[in-house]
Each structure stands twice: as C-alpha cells, then as structure tokens.
Write a protein that binds this ligand. Structure first.
Ligand code: SF4
Length: 220
C-alpha cells in the first residue's frame, strides 16, 4: 500500500507508454513543454471538466471532474466523466440517491485513437481507482475521441488490469530511484512535446537537470 503523498498521476501512464524518458522528464524532473497536441488535449479536457459538475437524467447520473485514487496502485487522478447507471444488482449506493448505481468512466481524447493502447490503460486505471474507492466491480467504460466525435467501449479485462499494475509498479520504481532513462530516439520523437528539452542529439545524457548543471559548471 502507498500513502496518498506517494501517489503518481494516472495521466502519466500515457507518457510512460509513449516514452519512459518523457514520463521521467515530466514527472520526476518536472520539465514540461506544450506543443499543438497537448494544447488541444488540454482544451478538450477543460471543456469536459468545466461544464456543470453533476447532471441527473432519469436512471443516469453524470459526474464530471471526479478525483480518484488507489493506494494499492499508488495512482491518483481525475476522471473526465463518470456516468453512474442505475443497476440494482451490481451497483453501489450513493449519498443522497435512492437505489444502486454502477460507475461507467468516460475519458475524452483529442485526435484519433492511439496505436499503443495507452488510452485504454489510463481509463482502466481510473476504473480500478473507482473500484477501490466505491468497493465495486466495473466491467467497462468508454473513450470519446474529438476527431471522430465517437465513443468506443473498453472492457476492463484481466490482461489490461495487469498492464496497469505493472506500469504503475515500474513508474514507482523509477520515481523512488529518481532515475531518468537515457535517450532512445524513435519516430515518436517527432510528435514529442519535450523534444527540445530532451536534447536527443546528446544521446548519452541521462537527466536534463544533470546536463544543465554540468554545462553551467563548464562555463568559465
Ligand atoms: S524526444 Fe524522444 S526520447 Fe526524448 S522524451 Fe521525447 S520521445 Fe522520448
């Protein structure tokens, strides 16, 4: 079990899948840069989070911007949307609502579906946090893509859950050691928001902070 202070961001699972060095630069070294893709993503998320926080429509309760956490995984984050659907057999009771409600997380993404499966991984991590907080089982959720404006259902299989557990454990391992993996240029570097900071030409460099410190020490 992790303490709340040790929890890492669920959104980091995507960075970790994209490139472990990128994840370390953002989450260990606190470096950040924005490119068009990240700005578009932020705008879409702000829309999902800023509209009315709660909405009730018959057997559907919609909650936006719900904060979630799992001390077992050591992960924390915010769900864009959680739909609570009335379900008297598998649902959980909610304060101030009659009956039982099954959570169904929905994550908003700009652009199209990624090939690396990281969107489903992030959504599954949200579901696992909700399960731990609400003591229930959540079989599925959905991803909504801004480019196609369509929803895609995602089943939270045992394999997907195991990937979440393994990636979270590896992230914690790097975080504990404060280790930034070395540069390994791939075609992903072209779309990387940190390519200028990452210093990909200096392939032997590890930490950006270390590189900057060494450069300053060398300056007469
Ligand atoms: S530029 Fe390439 S190696 Fe560096 S963080 Fe981005 S994806 Fe990773």
């Amino acid at each position: 079990m992790y303490s709340p202070d040790d929890c890492l961001m669920i959104s980091g699972l995507q960075h970790f899948r994209f490139c472990r060095r990128q994840w370390a630069l953002i989450h260990i070294e606190q470096q950040w840069a924005e490119n068009l893709r990240t700005v578009e993503g932020t705008l879409l998320h702000e829309r999902a989070h800023n509209e009315q926080l709660r909405e009730s429509r018959g057997d559907l309760l919609i909650v936006r911007g719900l904060r979630v956490q799992s001390l077992t995984l050591g992960l924390t984050g915010q769900c864009d949307v959680v739909e609570f659907r009335r379900d008297d057999t598998r649902g959980v009771t909610l304060c101030g609502k009659e009956g039982a409600w099954l959570p169904y997380p929905v994550e908003y993404k700009h652009g199209a579906a990624k090939q690396d499966g990281s969107d489903a991984l992030q959504l599954c991590a949200q579901a696992m946090c909700l399960e731990e907080m609400l003591v229930c089982e959540i079989p599925s959720g959905a991803l909504f893509y801004g480019e196609t404006r369509r929803r895609f259902p995602v089943s939270f299989t045992q394999e997907l859950r195991e990937e979440v557990r393994q990636d979270a454990a590896q992230m914690h391992n790097l975080y504990r050691r404060g280790h930034t993996p070395h540069v390994r240029p791939t075609k992903s570097c072209n779309a990387c928001s940190l390519k200028e900071l990452c210093l990909p030409r200096l392939q032997k460099s590890g930490s950006v902070q270390e590189y900057l410190r060494e450069s300053m020490e060398e300056t007469p």
